[in-house]
Design a protein around this ligand. Structure first.
Ligand SMILES: C[S@@+](CC[C@H](N)C(=O)[O-])C[C@H]1O[C@@H](n2cnc3c(N)ncnc32)[C@H](O)[C@@H]1O
Length: 220
């Protein structure tokens, strides 16, 4: 699943036809509990699930799966050049790093020539709206062009959650200057069957404004 809208890789085939995943080396960035790697493994691929958070990887370990879990920063990948055929990320790492070009360059380095990197992030347009699922989430309250990160702090003033904004143009520029070709930009529409609310995502908002951007990139 690429996003809260419910876009499923089985229907989207952004990594290619599922039957062609068999035997492919796939790196999942910001894997969390590694649900994507678990699906990839079931298709016969050879995934590696990478996350910065040891805690998230403990959840992955508890749920199980016959693939490696790697605790590392996506901006400093502990792999040799040209180790993977594909890389993917569902909302992992890229929204949370100040300079996503570091991640993109690292992913490019570890991909084999012609390799594909597909990643989803919050659609940049959402930055201008309050993160609310109801009607209050439909009125612009901030500048789309303001790149000041969103930061939550604990009572001692330590940052506990940080999210960085890139405009759509920033994202395209980051991808292209990191040595990728942008093959597609998917903006999943909210499907009728999805009645769930999750954080700022809801049928109300999803029917009016995009919530997710999925970038499909290929290594030149
Ligand atoms: C919103 S979660 C997405 C998890 C999973 N992909 C999913 O679909 O449920 C973002 C994940 O990115 C990870 N992350 C954040 N910064 C990272 C970094 N610099 N390197 C690797 N992982 C990172 C977080 O630890 C978290 O597990």
């Amino acid at each position: 699943m690429w996003c809260p809208e419910g876009l499923d890789e089985v229907e989207a085939e952004l990594l290619g036809p599922p039957e062609e995943l068999k035997g492919k080396d796939v790196l999942e960035i910001g894997a969390g509990a590694a649900q994507c790697s678990r699906w990839l493994s079931a298709q016969g691929a050879r995934p590696v699930a990478l996350d910065l958070s040891h805690r998230q990887l403990q959840h992955a370990l508890r749920i199980g799966g016959a693939f490696p879990l790697v605790c590392a920063d996506a901006g400093a990948l502990p792999f040799a050049d040209a180790s993977f055929d594909l890389a993917c990320s569902a909302y992992g790492a890229l929204p949370f790093v100040a300079d996503p070009r570091l991640v993109l360059r690292e992913v490019r380095r570890v991909l084999r020539p012609g390799g594909r990197f597909v990643f989803s992030v919050t659609h940049p347009v959402r930055w201008a709206f309050p993160d609310e699922p109801g009607p209050e989430g439909l009125t612009v309250s901030a500048s789309y062009f303001d790149r000041t990160p969103y930061v939550e702090q604990d009572e001692d003033g330590h940052a506990v959650y940080v999210e960085h904004h890139r405009t759509l143009g920033d994202r395209v520029r980051d991808i292209v200057t990191s040595g990728f070709r942008l093959v597609d930009l998917v903006e999943p529409e909210w499907p009728d069957w999805n009645t769930s609310e999750w954080g700022g995502w809801s049928p109300l908002r999803g029917n009016l404004i995009p919530g997710t951007a999925v970038f499909v990139c290929e290594r030149d």
